[in-house]
Structure formats: C-alpha cells, structure tokens
Design a protein around this ligand. Structure first.
Ligand code: TXE
Length: 488
C-alpha cells in the first residue's frame, strides 16, 4: 500500500490522521493519505505567514522568483509521467488525458514565471505641484488555494503560479478525492529551491480542513475551484477575515450548432466537449442546442460516435472514457437521469451505470425536446451525459443558451460570420468558442459569471490579482507645511 505525506514549512509529515484512497477503476484501496485537521491547518498557515515575511522570500527580486518558477516548470516536465500515472491511478482520469495535460502544466508555470518581473506599479500625474505620487504593487499575502479532484495539477497551477510570481505564499488544499498527484507535486516543488513555507500542500475534508483554512484570520485571499454550494460556504467562512475570493465553479455550458455548420467538425467537437475527461470537466458542453433542420441527422452521427468510444481502464492508452472518480458522481448521474426520464426526456444512448468492477458510466445522450424542464438540463452532472434541445430560430437558440444560472463556457458552430458575431455578443458566459471547443491556454483568461463564480485565472492580469496597490505620496517642497488644518 502506497503512503503519502503532507508538506508544511518545507517538511514532509503524516498529518493528524490518515485516510484510505480508492482506485476508481477497481474500487480497491491502494494508498493511505495524510488527513490535515485544525492543528495541521494552523501549522500550514503559520508556515506560509512566516515565509511571507522572511527576507529570503520577501526580499527576493521578481526575476529571482521567475527563475525559481522556471526551475519548477522544468521539474514538472521531467516528472510528467509519474504525475500523470498518479493522477490516473487516484482519480480514474485516463492516461491519454493526464499525460498531455501535465506536459502543458509545465508551460503554465513557464508563463507565470515570465509574468513575475512584469508586475509594474504606476506613476500618477498628481494634481498638486509639490508632490510625487506612485503606486507600488505588493503581494496580497497568504493565499489559501482549494482545488477539487478533477485536473488538480492544472487547477492548482493557475493559482500557485501567479501567486508565487507576485510574491505571495500559499497553502494548497488538495481534494480528499484523489490527492496523490498534488502530494507528489509537493515532492517535486521541494526540489525547486523555494524557501521553506512558500508553498504548503495539505489534504483533508471540507468541514475539518477546508472550513478551518478558509476562515483562518491569517489568510488574505482564497482561490477556490469546486461546486457552487461549497463556494457559498467558502465565502461565508472567508467573511470572518474579510479575505478576498476568486471562485471557479463549473457550468452547464451550451453547445450550439446551426444548420450551416461543418457537421463532422461539430460532431467531433461535441464528442470531445462532453465525453472527454469522462464528462467530469467544468467546461463540459453539456447542453447541445441544435437546429431542428439537422437534429435527427446530427444525433444519428453523434450516437454512432458515442457508441464507438472505447470504455476501459484508465491506464490503458487506448481508453477514451474511463471510470468516474467517485461513487457519489455516479449516483448523482443515475438520479438525475431517472428524474429526467420521468419528466419526459428520451435516452438516445447510455443512461445506466455499467455492470462491471469500478465506477463506470457510459457516454449518454438524452433528448429533452419533450421535457424542457428536465433536471438534466439545469444540473451540472460531472459525468458523460449530454442533454439535447432543438431550436427553430437564432433567437430561440440564444434564449435556450442563456436559460441557465451558470455562465462559464459556450460553443457556437456556424459558417455565417455575422451570425457568429451576434451569438458572441448575446451569450452570457466567460468563454465563447466558435467552431472549436475546449481550447485552453495560459495566455487566455478563464472564468465565468453567475453560479460559475467570479474572477479570472490565466492571462496577463493573473499575477496582478495576487497583488494589492500601495499609494505613496512624497512631498518635494522644502517650504514648511503652511496650514496644518487644511488638507492639501
Ligand atoms: O466539489 P466540492 P466536489 C462541481 C461538480 C461536482 C460538484 C461537487 O458539479 O459534482 O461540484 O464536486 C473542498 N470549505 N464541480 O465534491 O465539494 C473539498 O475538500 C472549504 C465543478 O469535488 O466543491 C475540495 O478540496 N473547502 C468544478 C474542494 O473544496 C471545502 C470542479 C472542492 O470540493 C469545503 C469540481 C468547505 N466547507 C466540482 N467543503 C469545476 N469548476 O470544474 C469542501 N471543500
């Protein structure tokens, strides 16, 4: 049985308790994880606070921080295979995806490394003749970064990278589901040469670890990715310290296909949009909104492709859809599908958990044309389940697309340029992909509206979000201050 440790103040330790981690492909316990409770959280925040002030870190030049991040990126690239294998083992995410994604995670750290010495202050054209005024950009302080199990290395990179580039220190809470890749990441981070305590990696449960961390008075900012209900608790808890928050909470993203689209491209993008990561992706294009003129032909082709998907063990390079990460995700899918069918939705393919070892659920397509209020249209699944609605007019397509409390991603397939622009303007979401889907890059901001959260991760501003400004006033006159009772 493999044993993992937490990483606090540059030291590896066992944590207050330990818990079992199960392999989603077999359901068997394969590793023991360190469980952080209040005492460990306290220790981790204290280590991050101390590191924030220590001259070795606070006095390091921005380019020095950038160089350390480059070293970290190189180490991630060197260890990509181990990290990918651990993520696959502990979360069930297929090796094809984890291998490609982790190689790209190194590039994310390179991007943030490059931002470190581009965090500039400003000189202000002040309206007083004998003053110089400028803004310094200073790191925000101790950051609590909280990630869910899906794509932990990626979702933590977009928090740790810009936070360290800005000079903050971080306590990263890995998900209690599948924390192995994050705990291994801590081992790699330890070799990069950062001062002790700059990054601390713990894992544990929501109430006994996450809540303690987010309400801690020494935490200045909480960067959270997870579900909306947890996000509400995070906001309530961080109010304790009035810490700022950034929230990335998933979605129910529309995937709109017009009759003039390149159908084969749209079908392939929809397959990737919903069935990649076995549907456990915040940007999943989980609502297909399709022109009624091509609906039947499109669904026939989609069904064919969905049924040809190779379902298998996640560590097999041939596998295209692997197990779900937790039994909770599967049970949620089963429940939502049953309720949707009861409301009049029609299953085109899939729809039932597979009768085999592990938490397997097949690619599923549900036509909701006769059930516009089916719960599968409004609830995020975190499973390979696509809900379908047809439309007759462009306005109708837009209305359906925006009929959601979420607003993270969206896709539009059309060859009509003017129509594409009208849709781009009309869709309420943080991302619009036109004639493509699921493209990401460190260069592009990522985030949503409404129940999808607030704040953006990635892009040039990413590091600025981990800074605060300090306004500096300097009087240049040697004359005595004239009247102490008049503010000037
Ligand atoms: O997320 P949770 P889960 C959605 C998706 C999924 C649902 C729940 O629909 O089905 O959320 O997934 C920590 N204070 N998304 O259970 O529970 C928890 O330990 C502080 C969308 O994975 O939100 C974990 O580390 N932290 C999304 C992290 O929060 C707390 C990604 C996420 O857990 C806490 C994931 C508390 N009180 C899920 N309670 C996306 N954007 O992709 C729990 N946590």
């Amino acid at each position: 049985m493999q044993q993992f440790q937490q990483y606090i103040g540059g030291t590896f330790s066992d944590g207050s308790a330990r818990f079992e981690s199960r392999d989603p492909a077999t359901g068997q316990v394969w590793a023991m994880m360190p469980e952080a409770r209040a005492k460990d959280v306290e220790h981790a925040v204290a280590a991050a606070r101390a590191a924030f002030h220590v001259a070795e870190w606070s006095g390091m030049t921005a380019s020095g921080r950038g160089k350390l991040l480059i070293r970290l990126a190189d180490l991630i690239a060197e260890n990509a295979q181990t990290l990918a294998q651990l993520e696959t083992r502990d979360t069930g995410k297929i090796i094809r995806e984890t291998s490609a994604q982790i190689a790209y995670v190194a590039d994310y750290y390179r991007y943030y490394a490059g931002l470190a010495d581009k965090i500039e202050g400003a000189h202000l054209p002040i309206d007083k003749p004998d003053m110089e005024v400028w803004l310094r950009r200073e790191p925000i302080g101790v950051v609590a970064a909280i990630v869910p199990w899906n794509s932990q290395l990626f979702l933590s990179a977009v928090k740790i990278g810009p936070a360290l580039a800005a000079g903050c220190t971080v306590v990263l809470k890995a998900s209690e589901d599948g924390p192995a890749p994050m705990l291994e990441f801590a081992r790699i981070f330890d070799q990069a040469g950062f001062p002790a305590g700059v990054l601390n990696v713990i894992t544990g449960f929501g109430a006994t670890c996450g809540a303690v961390l987010t309400s801690h008075p020494q935490v200045d900012h909480v960067a959270f990715t997870g579900g909306p209900e947890t996000a509400r608790q995070v906001v309530r808890n961080s109010a304790e310290n009035l810490a700022s928050t950034s929230l990335e909470l998933g979605g129910k993203s529309p995937f709109i296909v017009f009759e003039d689209a390149d159908i084969e491209s749209a079908v392939n993008a929809q397959v990737s949009g919903i069935f990649a990561a076995s549907g456990q992706s915040c940007v999943a294009g989980s609502r297909l909104i399709i022109s009624n003129t091509i609906k039947d032909a499109f669904l026939a082709r989609l069904k064919e492709k969905a049924e040809a998907i190779v379902i298998g063990l996640p560590d097999d390079m041939a596998t295209e859809v692997g197990p779900l990460c937790t039994t909770g995700q599967r049970d949620n899918a089963v429940k939502l599908i049953e309720k949707s069918v009861a409301a009049g939705a029609r299953i085109i393919t899939g729809g039932r958990a597979l009768d085999r070892e592990g938490i397997f659920f097949p690619p599923t397509i549900i036509d909701c044309s006769d059930a516009p209020n089916a719960p599968c249209l409004t609830n995020e699944f975190f499973g390979p389940v696509l809900s379908v609605l047809g439309f007759d007019t462009e306005q109708e397509a837009l209305d359906i697309a925006n009929d959601t409390a979420f607003g993270l991603a969206s896709g539009v397939f059309t060859r009509d340029l003017a129509r594409a622009h009208r849709m781009i303007r009309g869709i309420r979401a943080g991302i619009v992909w036109v004639n493509t889907y699921r493209a990401v890059s460190p260069i592009v901001p990522f985030g949503g509206h409404g129940l999808s959260g607030h704040g953006r991760e990635g892009g040039l501003r990413a590091a600025l979000d981990y800074t605060k400004t300090k306004a500096v006033w300097l009087r240049t006159s040697d004359d005595p201050i004239p009247d102490p009772f008049i503010m000037r």
